[in-house]
Design a protein around this ligand. Structure first.
Ligand code: EPU
Length: 359
């Protein structure tokens, strides 16, 4: 365990904003993680766990503590009839792992193709796309419990998985070091539910298709939305979706319907609630694709991604996001919540005020 001092964080994130980490260390073994946590605790330093940096906004002042870059490797496979149990280190690259699953003919995460990040990050916000959520394939998460000072295996049922949610999100207590998945050994996909994907594949809703083909189609859809990281695509300099899709009750849906010129896209969310498309609300509230004249703006390919057009600061990105949030609230009365994790900065203005007063 030998942390480096003053490590710039912007290049380690996909949004490419923010200042340095006071100290940073790459962790490849659980023992080293425990040592790093103890060291930070002894110094009274805050600690943040970074993976691929694809869902974080780092503040311009950087992070005043220890950044642990999760790099624990390993893929262990057990076969039991047509069930595969696969233990994966939190530091493994997510999309390389998905490609492996698809290539081996293991069904369960094919729709989560093309997503940047590391395996350990996927349970944190219960990564989901194209009708699949990672929680559907997770058996358990191995995590270091900072409160108890020991490792725990948390069964999926106790992980509190919901839409972009789990007990791990915005919670310093747990550090995921590994994920146990269970897949069916089958070369075709799970039943396909996402209308856009079904259309692209020319199949019916609920049909299956070869997972290899599904993966290709999804990567193409994501690329068209600027959601595949690529040096050739300036629209991919983002943190993916900047807002979660709001889940509203029937009265709020009726209000949005009354205010909009067209019928808003909506998805049943259970308990008489509806998930609205945040991208749609953003566009209809006056923030079309490509909006913004400065260094921070709305992606030209998808209204839910905010893009750093070159040299933007975290402050500019956050200001842009707050303008959009306020615009959507005043146009439709719907509150948008951010999806990324904020490191060394806050989303909530009152948090900033408190920080200023505390200084
Ligand atoms: N739409 C617009 N304008 C746009 C884009 C979309 O009006 O610029 C409308 C369309 O009506 C479209 C609807 O919004 O039908 C939904 O759009 P899309 O299918 O692109 O999905 P999304 O709800 O915007 C979610 C996830 C994505 C995931 C896709 C595909 C969230 C916050 N985002 O986006 O996840 O890839 O579905 O399943 O749930 C991420 O979390 O970072 C992410 C990229």
């Amino acid at each position: 365990m030998d942390p480096r001092a003053g490590v710039p964080l912007a290049p380690l994130t996909t949004l490419r904003v923010g200042g340095p980490a006071r100290r940073m260390v790459d962790i490849e073994r659980e023992d080293d993680l425990v040592a790093a946590v103890r060291d930070a605790d002894v110094r009274g330093e805050p600690l943040f766990v970074l993976g691929e940096g694809s869902n974080v906004v780092v503040g311009d002042g950087g992070f005043p503590g220890l950044v642990v870059r999760m790099a624990i490797p390993g893929i262990e496979i057990r076969r039991d009839g047509d069930r595969m149990t696969v233990d994966v280190g939190a530091g493994e690259d997510w999309d390389a792992f998905v490609a492996r699953c698809v290539g081996e003919g293991w069904r369960g995460v094919e729709c989560l193709s093309g997503i940047p990040g590391r395996v350990g990050a996927t349970p944190i916000q219960n990564v989901g796309a194209y009708g699949q959520e990672v929680s559907e394939s997770i058996v358990s998460v191995r995590a270091f419990d900072r409160t108890a000072g020991e490792f725990r295996t948390i069964d999926a049922a106790a992980c509190g998985f919901g839409y972009r949610a789990s007990i791990f999100k915005r919670n310093d207590r747990w550090i995921a070091t590994g994920v146990r998945f269970s897949f069916e050994a089958a070369p075709d996909s799970a039943p396909l539910r996402y209308a856009e994907l079904v259309r692209a594949l020319g199949v019916g809703e609920g049909d299956r298709a070869p997972s290899v083909v599904v993966r290709q189609a999804i990567v193409a859809l994501r690329r068209a939305k600027g959601m595949v990281l690529s040096a050739d695509d300036p629209e991919s300099v983002s943190a993916g979706s900047f807002f979660v899709n709001p889940v509203v009750d029937a009265a709020a849906l009726a209000r949005v319907e009354g205010l909009a010129a067209e019928r808003p896209p909506r998805f049943e969310a259970g308990d008489g609630r509806y998930k609205l498309a945040a991208a749609w609300l953003v566009e209809r509230a006056g923030f079309p694709k490509g909006w913004g004249t400065g260094r921070a703006g709305v992606s030209r390919k998808h209204a839910l991604a905010l893009v750093n057009r070159g040299g933007a600061t975290a402050r500019e990105i956050i200001a842009c996001a707050r303008t959009i949030r306020d615009g959507v609230r005043s146009r439709f009365g719907v509150a948008l919540e951010p999806e990324p994790v904020f490191v060394g900065c806050t989303w909530d203005e009152s948090g900033e005020e408190q920080a200023r007063q505390g200084q």
